[in-house]
Write a protein that binds this ligand. Structure first.
Ligand SMILES: C[S@@+](CC[C@H](N)C(=O)[O-])C[C@H]1O[C@@H](n2cnc3c(N)ncnc32)[C@H](O)[C@@H]1O
Length: 245
């Protein structure tokens, strides 16, 4: 079993106690259908080294495999799996105060994704796509303070920079759109969907599972005011790393 405590000092300073696999699974099973949907969005505001997010990604990748199997076939189509698996990674978000946890979390998620990807895509593995997934993880797993909603420095102290999350979505063919939103404004409900689109009204799923909030926090359609998000980029999904930092 993985260690639940790294040091007494870290427990005292940051309440750092990692959750064991059995509890992770039991808690995720409380929202099982969401964990098995490729594009459901999860945010863990104190993600540690990614115990919850890793299991969520494993479940999503299983769903991605199923979605990539065409009718009357048994195996997933590599290219289709590649796209589905990028959606799976891109819908997972985390914040942690401690940079070592953030780096471990990003690496764990990358390795889980890459293992499935190379197993399924074999000779069709694409280095640009691997780089794109690393880039997405570098944006989605943020070193920050989930209470002040600011980024933090290497000592865990708040900076002036607000936490920004990217929404990733396929728009046309292989093009993926990235839109950046400030975390504080998202939580304040300042990014409202088009009020006319009643049935698509903002889904406010706030399932509190112990210390973890699972928020499906972005509107499913465009915000009514195009100027509200900070930036928007469109690129081939294998080249999202070419735009912005
Ligand atoms: C109890 S651990 C849980 C880690 C992980 N969620 C798990 O269950 O294995 C709490 C984590 O929250 C982080 N943390 C504490 N205060 C935080 C804050 N204000 N913002 C973001 N992360 C915070 C700590 O660094 C630690 O990694």
């Amino acid at each position: 079993m993985a260690k639940q405590v790294k040091s007494r000092q870290r427990v005292a300073d940051h309440g750092e106690v990692f959750t064991a696999e059995r509890e992770v699974n039991a808690m995720l099973n409380m929202v099982k259908p969401e964990t098995e949907r490729v594009d459901s969005r999860f945010l863990e505001p104190a993600c540690g080294d990614g115990n919850f997010l890793s299991e969520i990604l494993r479940r999503k990748l299983e769903a991605a495999k199923k979605r990539a199997i065409p009718p009357r076939r048994k195996k997933p189509l590599p290219l289709e799996f590649e796209k589905q698996s990028v959606i799976a990674v891109a819908s997972i978000y985390g914040v942690d105060l401690l940079i070592d946890n953030v780096i471990t979390c990003r690496n764990r998620l990358y390795e889980i994704w890459d293992k499935e990807y190379t197993e399924i895509c074999k000779k069709e593995v694409n280095e640009d796509c691997q780089e794109a997934v690393r880039f997405i993880l570098s944006r989605n797993i943020v070193c920050g303070n989930a209470l002040s909603m600011k980024e933090v420095d290497e000592n865990g102290n708040d900076t002036a920079e607000p936490i920004v999350f990217s929404e990733w979505a396929f728009v046309t063919g292989n093009n993926m759109q990235r839109k950046d939103y400030r975390f504080d404004k998202l939580l304040a409900g300042e990014y409202e969907p088009d009020p006319g689109a009643k049935k698509k009204k903002r889904k406010s799923v706030e399932n509190e599972v112990g210390q973890m909030n699972l928020l499906d926090f972005l509107p499913e359609e465009k915000p009514s005011d195009e100027g509200e998000f900070l930036t928007s980029y469109i690129a081939n999904y294998r080249r999202v790393q070419d735009h912005g930092e």
